[in-house]
Design a protein around this ligand. Structure first.
Ligand code: ATP
Ligand code: MG
Length: 159
């Protein structure tokens, strides 16, 4: 029994079935979103999109935690600045669940650079620059799994 419980979700499905299956993604309302009072607005949009909130908490990352989170960007010129920003104040971390939620949530967020984001997206409406862009969303199932486990243990996720 214990074996079934620790088996990765959908691990015995075919690729085709997995594509259509329910996904999880990590969402962050970044420190600019929290300090500007946009938590309610962002969550309203997540609920309107019918994503299930499977976990949620308010955290204040240390610089080291932010560096670990964005480790993939450590060679980029903006690494020091973005990790200082991500550790500058409280942020809301959430796990969202739903069919195709990884791509659908990124669509609702809009492009990294708010000037290039589509009309009606969160970043188009609320971001103030390319760095302070209000929200984060995982970009693939592999990244989502890593990012979710960075902030949540399995007892913190509801099904
Ligand atoms: P996120 O990972 O936060 O969801 P993203 O996947 O759209 O955003 P990434 O390329 O992963 O974009 O960049 C991570 C974050 O680093 C961006 O959201 C933004 O806050 C910051 N960032 C990205 N590019 C730049 C840049 N050129 N200058 C300053 N900050 C940047
Ligand atoms: Mg990213």
């Amino acid at each position: 029994m214990a074996e079934t419980m620790i088996k990765p979700e959908n691990s015995d499905l075919t690729t085709k079935e997995r594509i259509r299956s329910v996904e999880k993604t990590l969402s962050i309302i970044k420190p600019d979103g929290v300090s500007r009072g946009l938590v309610g607005e962002v969550i309203k949009q997540l609920e309107a999109a019918k994503f299930q909130i499977a976990a949620m908490k308010l955290i204040h990352m240390t610089k080291a935690q932010a560096e670990g989170f964005y480790a993939v960007h450590k060679e980029r010129p903006f690494f020091d600045s973005v990790t200082t920003f991500m550790s500058s104040g409280p942020a809301v971390v959430m796990v969202l669940k739903g069919e195709n939620v990884i791509a659908e949530y990124r669509e609702i967020m809009g492009a990294t650079d708010h000037k290039k984001a589509a009309e009606g997206t969160i970043r188009k409406n609320y971001a103030t620059d390319i760095e302070k862009n209000v929200v984060h969303g995982s970009d693939s199932p592999e990244t989502a799994a890593l990012e979710i486990s960075y902030f949540f243990n399995r007892f913190e996720l509801v099904d």
